[in-house]
Write a protein that binds this ligand. Structure first.
Ligand SMILES: Cc1cc2nc3c(=O)[nH]c(=O)nc-3n(C[C@H](O)[C@H](O)[C@H](O)COP(=O)(O)O)c2cc1C
Length: 128
């Protein structure tokens, strides 16, 4: 992730997460809060972990197709020309882990979580 996308991740209030619905092939949209992600940082420059309280349909989708996209954005980040507001799509692969180090860290912080949605970011793209 470049410096701009990292700054957006520092400031985004919420995050949209899209997978491919395993039944219909249509997009399936869920969300998380930016501060949930920030609690764990970006691990080894590419991995994001998100507390999974529900995400049951997302889990089923990822079992069939690992690809997902996330949208982050903030009006507080400047774009070229000095205007305010920038967004970034993160493209990657995800899976729900209910055991292991990431799940342990998430459950320790969020007692309601059943595991971690672990996302490996493969590429990113600013939108504005
Ligand atoms: C702003 C926002 C943040 C959310 N954060 C989480 C979250 O961190 N973890 C989670 O499991 N669900 C979260 N949800 C609920 C999910 O978007 C989703 O509706 C729910 O997990 C069901 O997912 P599923 O359709 O994949 O089964 C959030 C919803 C909103 C609107």
């Amino acid at each position: 992730m470049d410096a701009v996308c990292q700054e957006i991740l520092e400031r985004t209030e919420w995050v949209a997460i899209v997978t491919r619905d395993s039944d219909t092939g249509l997009p399936h949209l869920v969300a998380t809060w930016g501060d949930y992600i920030r609690n764990f940082g970006i691990i080894e420059g590419e991995t994001i972990i998100i507390p999974a309280g529900r995400y049951h349909k997302t889990e089923a989708n990822l079992r069939k197709s690992k690809s997902l996209q996330m949208l982050i954005a903030s009006k507080q980040v400047e774009r070229s020309g000095g205007r305010r507001g920038q967004g970034c799509i993160l493209y990657g692969e995800g899976e729900i882990q209910t055991e292991g180090e990431f799940a342990r860290r998430v459950k320790e912080k969020y007692t309601w979580a059943r595991g971690a949605l672990v996302v490996r970011v493969q590429r990113f793209e600013t939108l504005l």
